[in-house]
Design a protein around this ligand. Structure first.
Ligand code: AFP
Length: 304
């Protein structure tokens, strides 16, 4: 019987195989939109569905994976069919059977395909349930000039890049400084609250540089690699619960940011203390260096 670390290593190795296939898929894919939309109502590109179908097949073929759920699909799927999400969203004690479930966004930022900007895949590995407290590992793949992967467990962060012969070599894992200089403000500015607008403007007054592509993975990866700053996707008039999805995007990226020495909140609460009432629930999110997160907490508290 494999121990949990060996199972996580098997899944990590599968993510690297997946990255090789998807980076090739992106080279040959069109920017064609389908008539369908996903469970969050986002219109789908053909490549979204191709990536999702491939990842589902690869992950469900792993003996150690009990079930998966995708940003592109409505339900939790196991090798034997659909699982009941009501039970699987509840917090559940770690240990015992130690069943592993994976929530993933197969191709995050796919609307950037036509402008040939970097995209990503995001994965969260959950033990026994899809609650944030049951998140035990997280990973993202960034498809840029190079394909690279970040993988976080509860006590380590790994950073690897794909070489020209499709091997992976390890790089020094990135670390978030206490304070950075990058400001990545998401959401439609005309729908920001006054508090949020004043806070974002204060960072620019302090000399922060605007770096925002509209791709969560490259935007967060840039802050991580350049040592710090703030990524924000707040509650807005047009998206009062924020846009980014808890299970597939925000929980895994928050797990990685905490492992890299940063913090992630929803404006007040630590992201990884949040619960999920439904699979595709979103949340406002702020991920970054400790100083920026504390300053944001203060600004939001003063103007509650
Ligand atoms: P797409 O997957 O539709 O391109 O959306 C990307 C995304 O979910 C996330 O990657 C970005 O951080 C966020 O949306 C950007 O949203 P805005 O375009 O509203 O800033």
């Amino acid at each position: 019987m494999l121990n949990i670390d060996s199972k996580i290593q098997i899944i990590f190795n599968e993510f690297k195989k997946i990255s090789i296939h998807i980076s090739e898929l992106l080279k040959d894919s069109s920017n064609e939109y389908l008539k369908s939309s996903n469970s969050s109502g986002d219109t789908q590109l053909a490549v979204d569905v191709l990536a999702d179908t491939y990842i589902e097949k690869q992950l469900l073929a792993l003996e150690c994976v009990a079930g998966i759920c995708s940003e592109e699909k409505a339900d939790i799927i196991s090798k034997n069919g659909i699982l009941d999400s009501k039970d699987l969203l509840k917090k559940s004690p770690l240990g015992g059977e130690r069943k592993l479930y994976i929530a993933y966004d197969p191709l995050d930022g796919s609307s950037l395909m036509d402008s040939n900007l970097a995209l990503g895949s995001i994965f969260g590995i959950y033990e026994n349930s899809f609650s944030a407290q049951n998140l035990i590992a997280a990973s993202y793949i960034i498809y840029g000039p190079r394909t690279e992967i970040i993988f976080a467990t509860q006590n380590a962060l790994f950073y690897q890049k794909q070489t020209s012969n499709q091997e992976y070599i390890s790089l020094t894992p990135p670390k978030l400084g206490k304070k950075g200089k990058i400001n990545a403000p998401g959401g439609t500015q005309k729908y920001w609250s006054k508090t949020h607008k004043n806070f974002i403007d204060s960072l620019f007054t302090d000399g922060y540089r605007l770096r925002y592509s509209g791709g969560m993975v490259p935007d967060l990866h840039q802050i991580l690699i350049k040592g710090g700053g703030l990524f924000s996707y707040p509650a807005t008039e047009d998206a009062p619960s924020g846009k980014l999805r808890r299970l597939f995007e925000v929980f895994p990226m928050s797990f990685i940011y905490e492992q890299a020495g940063g913090e992630a909140i929803d404006g007040r609460e630590r992201i990884l203390n949040l619960e999920c009432d439904s699979l595709h629930q979103s949340t406002p999110c702020f991920l970054g260096s400790k100083q920026e997160i504390n300053a944001l907490k203060q600004a939001y508290k003063e103007n509650k």
